[in-house]
Design a protein around this ligand. Structure first.
Ligand code: SF4
Length: 314
């Protein structure tokens, strides 16, 4: 971490990047981006809990995670087509496990995606045909009996409190909140947390990318169920594009983590939160820059610069 590029709350004092005239249109967005809704020391508290679904973003690049959060709070976040298709397939599967016929689940999800139930849950960019194909494949897979998940686990809200990192200047516990996809009981009688994913990366890659998320869900479920809920893994519904089950690759990618591993991984989360609460926002350029709202590693540092006092506006 020491070698990471770092933006502090006062980067302009240390780096003094000159702003070129032709970049003004991008920089104009900066104050808008950074109307962060709480004081930064309240990041990860009751005043501003961290969404478990955003842990992957925090894991990849803390700057991206904060920029994404700020946009969400401005209600301007329009997730892309792929993300909305993923939400749609997850919703169909959830309704189906809740006892709806598949056709009914698809119809209901279509109405919701079109904004006919609640405009806030509209998914205008979702590819509903693709979502239906994957959901139907899922329902036809004998490994997914309709009553094979705990009904109470479907979109269940869970919370997890983490000990702050020793370097955390606030000393406040860290609050994570999330909604689980599903918990199943395995053949050995143990509860497992599974997350439905529709992305294109391979299953092994997804397991690594969603490690913090899976672990946070599992630990939170363990607390709220009063019974160990171990990380199960990801269900890669894209594999249901192959219409014959004997031709399907993967689908179920098992996480090899224990709950102790999960607890240990949460120390990494606590450390990242401590840095942010100190006002240190690490930038980790990588392939994720391609879909970051900051629009590229050559621009995000400049977006962070105008923060100074604005960051803590609250
Ligand atoms: S552009 Fe890249 S490095 Fe910059 S905030 Fe986004 S993901 Fe991080």
């Amino acid at each position: 971490m020491g070698a990471d590029k770092v933006s502090s709350l006062h980067p302009s004092k240390s780096r003094g990047v000159r702003v070129e005239a032709e970049e003004e249109s991008h920089l104009d967005l900066a104050p808008h981006f950074w109307r962060f809704p709480v004081k930064i020391e309240d990041y990860g508290t009751d005043a501003y809990p961290i969404r478990m679904s955003s842990l992957t973003s925090l894991q990849r690049c803390p700057a991206m995670s904060l920029i994404g959060d700020a946009r969400l709070d401005l209600s301007e976040q329009r997730s892309g087509r792929a993300a909305q298709t993923g939400t749609a397939v997850g919703r169909i599967i959830e309704l189906w496990h809740a006892g709806r016929a598949m056709q009914d689940a698809v119809r209901q999800t279509t109405l919701e995606a079109q904004g006919q139930v609640d405009k806030r849950s509209a998914l205008p960019q979702a590819d509903l045909k693709k979502a239906e194909t994957w959901a139907v494949g899922y329902a036809e897979d004998p490994r997914n009996p309709q009553d094979g998940v705990l009904a109470c686990s479907l979109e269940r809200e869970v919370r997890l409190e983490l000990e702050p990192d020793p370097e955390d200047p606030t000393g406040k516990p860290i609050l994570l909140v999330g909604h689980t996809d599903q918990v199943r009981r395995n053949n050995f009688g143990r509860l497992e947390l599974w997350d439905v994913k529709s992305g294109s990366p391979g299953g092994a890659q997804m397991l690594a990318e969603y490690a913090w998320q899976l672990c946070a869900y599992s630990l939170a479920c363990t607390e709220s169920y009063g019974e160990a809920v171990v990380p199960g893994g990801v269900i890669r519904v894209r594999d249901y594009t192959a219409r014959r089950i004997d031709l399907m690759e993967g689908v179920f990618y098992h996480a090899a983590y224990t709950l102790d591993d999960a607890r240990s991984m949460m120390r990494g989360v606590a450390h990242h939160v401590a840095m942010i609460r100190k006002g240190i926002v690490h930038q980790h350029p990588g392939v994720h820059c391609l879909y970051c709202p900051a629009q590229g590693p050559h621009l995000c540092g400049r977006l962070l610069e105008p923060l100074d006092e604005d960051w803590n506006l609250g």
